[in-house]
Design a protein around this ligand. Structure first.
Ligand code: PMP
Length: 284
């Protein structure tokens, strides 16, 4: 049975429990990271730890562990689960408190580390590409809780995901308050136009994806031109290629948006190249 780490102790999955008064449960008050294990090694752990502590800073949550201890706890949990390939869910909640929003009444932030298998999109979509729709739910305004905070409050994205699923799609595109392309419910988006790779800037109100950063670096290393630039739905409809990036998704082609085929309607050559290059770096 898989082992879950909670505040320094390992529990069998069925015994891993936290308080019903935890504000993570009551209000979505907490933060998390999704991280991959490839060949027994944790991919980009430092980047995930950095993002976790940035999210924590933003919401004035002090994790009970320092970065080094947190890093070690993740590695120890991976080891205890003897996982060669899998997924890590690292969570810090505000902890148990009284009813009422004030986090000042919460005394014990909980650190939870789950190591499990990852269910990616079904394999055929990596070959054939995904279809997406544009959701009517817009991405959170950056002046509300910033989308850069990877918080436990995903309900807005969940609503967009549900809309996509009900339309027969596995992902949904989210626009920002200006109607510009932001990202998908759990993935960043890239377009290819005339050989140039384009992705919305962080200022579009998106999560700064670690896979996004890795793909940008890979593409630049392969001498591709990469632009972080404002994109609209027109750019998506008129793109030559489109793909999504995310820790769980890796690099996955998108071949249709809102019923319109993108480019040839098949995964494009640059998408394939970047997917292969990404596979190489994670297996290194
Ligand atoms: N955007 C959102 C909203 C996400 O939740 C995620 C992570 N699932 C991503 C983008 C991709 O980020 P990363 O590459 O760091 O997993």
């Amino acid at each position: 049975m898989s082992k879950v780490w909670i505040n320094g102790k390992l529990f069998d999955k069925d015994d891993a429990k936290i308080s019903v008064f935890d504000h993570g449960l009551l209000y979505g008050d907490g933060i998390f990271e999704g991280i991959r294990i490839y060949g027994g090694k944790v991919f980009r752990l430092r980047e995930h730890i950095d993002r976790l502590y940035e999210s924590a800073r933003h919401i004035l949550l002090e994790p009970p562990l320092g970065r080094e201890q947190m890093t070690q706890a993740v590695l120890d949990t991976v080891k205890a689960n003897a996982k060669q390939d899998g997924y890590i869910r690292l969570i810090v909640t505000r902890g148990a408190g009284s009813l009422g929003l004030d986090p000042g009444r919460c005394s014990d932030p909980q650190v939870i580390i789950i190591v499990d298998d990852i269910s990616l999109y079904p394999a055929k979509y990596y070959e054939d590409g995904l279809e997406v729709i544009t959701s009517s739910f817009i991405r959170n305004h950056p002046n509300a809780l910033s989308p850069r905070v990877k918080s436990l409050n995903y309900l807005n994205n969940i609503m967009a995901k549900v809309e996509g699923v009900r339309a027969g799609c596995h992902e949904a595109l989210m626009l920002n308050t200006k109607g510009e392309v932001a990202e998908c419910t759990g993935d960043n988006i890239f377009l290819v136009k005339h050989g140039i790779l384009r992705t919305p800037p962080i200022s579009a109100g998106i999560l700064e994806g670690i896979t996004r950063d890795a793909v940008i670096a890979l593409a630049r290393g392969d001498e591709m031109v990469v632009e972080e630039i404002t994109l609209t739905r027109h750019d998506v409809y008129a793109a030559d290629e489109c793909f999504l990036t995310g820790t769980a998704a890796e690099v996955i082609p998108v071949v249709k948006c809102d019923g319109r085929p993108i480019g040839s309607g098949k995964p494009g050559p640059l998408t394939r190249q970047l997917r292969e290059r990404f596979q190489q770096i994670v297996r290194q």
